[in-house]
Write a protein that binds this ligand. Structure first.
Ligand code: GDP
Ligand code: MG
Length: 601
């Protein structure tokens, strides 16, 4: 394809502003999807995406478009559209997609106006030097106020309100015009057709039937189906089994040239061989310099994942290996817990990311898992100057700590004027400090705060929504770390610490954590033949205590001597029960008790 005909663009927006629905209309108008096959949110292919109505993975689709109006009428263009996820946890997916595009369609719900992720995504697009077309969506809604929000959007971008294109992704109104404008306003890709090939990997997916499918955007040169390709970061050379474009199903092609977006299949099964951000070149005539890669996304939240059935451990490792290919941000390392057995300490971008990975592991790989309470990464400086990085609270140093650092975020909250007080109160309660406040319009306020990440990852978003009747939106990005007064709270059962419940919390919140967990465990752990104290402690100082009273447990007592087979049955049952018991010191705890204590909030 002549690069001059290609336009690579993405659609960016706040969540629910209608990206996937607009993408549907584009698929329909360009006739790449058979009308009989069309269904809503066509590109959200994962079950989990369809159920939750959110996009997790970016998708690239090639669509032909013949310009209908204006001076370019009749021109045949090839559009590569990349649909992107909107949730804050998946910003890294957005930025990878952006790097493969020349333009961005910035979508704003005409009944909602600008929200926190509208801003965040716009800034990402501008950082990537993309041309932005502002679009107001959902103009079919009775509550739509396109005039008002065109002003807001124009003010934000620095254009005229008339430049904001008005569409409805639902009815399709305005979408053909938008496609024409995409051809007119966005620039075609620029690259060296005669140079050695360089293509950027922007996504890699493991497919059970086809092995690793790698999505690339060609920058220079040409990759053809007969080439042997080389990964520039490792030097590994692979035979190409297939090369093609996605339209929106995979379609074989002879070659991919400058500016084209498509896929490669090499038959490689090892998921680490095709790293997102790597540059692909051709073995017979390799490029000398790799393209600038992506920043590796850094995990922000850690949690231990354990199979409920210990024999699933190797399956869990395999499953993580496979998901990792789809997800550069997922990290994991084996760990052992006294309470939960063998598992992995996993790093995630945020709680939604954690939830989704866990759900995919359970669903796609048929695993039953328990995850420990999530925590952020802490850095301690010991009195002797040694630095310790802690991703698992039970490994927090117990010796003299001089200083502790915790990660912080720069949070942006957009809220209607009426809720400014409520938002401030929430942020202050979470140890936030106000950085600034701006009026985006007469009734919409932007508040900027520095907050400890640990205070945001649990229920901050839910609290924000409930205190503002759902009107506020939130976005945040890492902003470094701060020194804080943090302590490690241990939970002891009959004097023995239970690793899965150790937590690092601010000193003012330690008591609350300790009493909550101790009370929960008291109701979950069955009585033993002796009294079992449950204590919460900071170092050797006990801050909360509960007691499980003793019971004499004699399963045969009920059987009044008589029926011998009934007795045997009972004994067997008791033995079976014992298998699932974990010993914490002298105390027998059913694994279910740990699981219940960890999962109930
Ligand atoms: P995304 O999160 O940005 O991908 O948003 P979706 O495309 O999933 O849309 C979110 C919700 O808005 C869905 O319930 C859509 O049916 C609805 N929606 C999307 N576009 C329009 C539109 O133009 N008009 C109306 N009335 N609803 C729309
Ligand atoms: Mg979507």
């Amino acid at each position: 394809t002549d690069p001059g005909r290609i336009r690579n663009f993405c659609i960016i927006a706040h969540i629910d502003h209608g990206k996937s629905t607009l993408a549907d209309r584009m698929l329909q108008l360009t006739e790449v999807v058979d009308p009989r096959q069309m269904r809503a949110q066509y590109l959200d292919r994962m079950d989990i995406e369809r159920e939750r109505g959110i996009t997790i993975k970016s998708q690239a689709v090639r669509m032909p478009w013949t310009v209908r109006e204006g001076e370019r009428t009749g021109e045949h263009a090839v559009l590569n559209m990349i649909d992107t996820p909107g949730h804050v946890d998946f910003t890294y997916e957005v930025s990878r997609s952006l790097a493969a595009c020349e333009g961005a369609v910035l979508l704003v719900d005409a009944a909602q106006g600008i929200e926190a992720q509208t801003l965040a995504n716009l800034y990402l697009a501008l950082e990537n030097d993309l041309h932005v077309i502002p679009v107001l969506n959902k103009i079919d809604l009775p509550a739509a106020q396109p005039e008002k929000y065109a002003e807001e959007l124009a003010h934000l971008i620095g254009c005229q309100p008339e430049d904001c294109i008005r569409v409805s992704g639902k009815t399709g109104v305005g979408v053909p015009y938008l496609l024409d404008e995409i051809v007119r306003q966005f620039t075609p890709p620029v690259g060296e057709a005669e140079s050695p090939a360089r293509a950027m990997i922007f996504d890699s997916v493991y497919d059970v039937y086809r092995g690793v499918v790698t999505y690339v955007r060609v920058i220079d040169g040409r990759i053809s189906a007969r080439d042997r390709i080389k990964m520039m970061s490792t030097g590994a050379v692979h035979e190409l089994l297939e090369i093609g474009v996605i339209s929106p199903e995979m379609k074989k092609a002879d070659a991919l040239g400058v500016g084209e977006v498509g896929y490669l299949i090499t038959g490689v099964k090892d998921v680490r061989q095709s790293r997102v951000g790597d540059t692909v070149t051709i073995n017979s005539r390799p490029a000398s310099q790799a393209l600038g890669g992506y920043k590796d996304p850094k995990p922000m939240v850690y949690s231990g994942l354990y199979p409920i059935d210990g024999s699933d451990y190797p399956n869990l490792r395999d499953a993580l290996d496979k998901l990792k290919l789809n997800d550069a941000a997922l990290t994991y390392e084996p760990e052992t817990s006294g309470a939960l057995g063998f598992g992995f300490r996993c790093g995630f971008l945020g709680l939604l990311h954690l939830e989704i990975i866990r759900e995919r592991l359970e669903r796609e790989f048929n695993l039953d898992l328990i995850s420990t309470a999530p925590n952020v990464v802490y850095r301690t400086i010991q009195e002797d100057g040694e630095e310790v990085v802690v991703t698992n609270p039970s490994e927090y140093p117990t010796s003299k700590i001089a200083e502790v650092y915790e990660p912080t975020v720069r949070a942006t909250v957009l809220t209607p004027n009426d809720y400014v007080g409520a938002v401030m109160e929430l942020c202050q309660g979470r140890r936030g400090s106000l950085l600034g406040m701006d009026y985006l319009s007469a009734d919409r306020v932007e508040l900027r705060y520095t907050l400890p990440l640990a205070e945001i990852i649990f229920d901050f978003f839910d609290q924000l929504k409930s205190r503002t009747k759902g009107y506020a939106s939130l976005d945040y990005e890492p902003s470094g770390e701060q020194s804080s007064e943090l302590v490690k709270v241990d939970i002891l059962l009959h004097g023995e610490p239970v690793d899965a419940f150790s937590a690092i919390v601010h000193k003012d919140k330690a008591y609350n954590y300790g009493t909550t967990i101790a009370a929960k465990l008291r109701t979950l752990i069955p009585r033993q033949q002796f009294e079992v104290p449950i204590q919460a402690a900071i170092g050797s100082r006990v801050i909360a205590r509960e007691t499980i009273r003793a019971i004499r447990k004699d399963v045969l007592a009920k059987c009044y001597g008589g029926d011998i087979s009934r007795k045997r049955k009972l004994l067997e049952k008791q033995k079976e029960g014992k298998k699932r018991m974990k010993m914490v010191g002298r105390v027998e705890v059913p694994q279910e008790a740990f699981i219940a204590a960890l999962s109930s909030d």
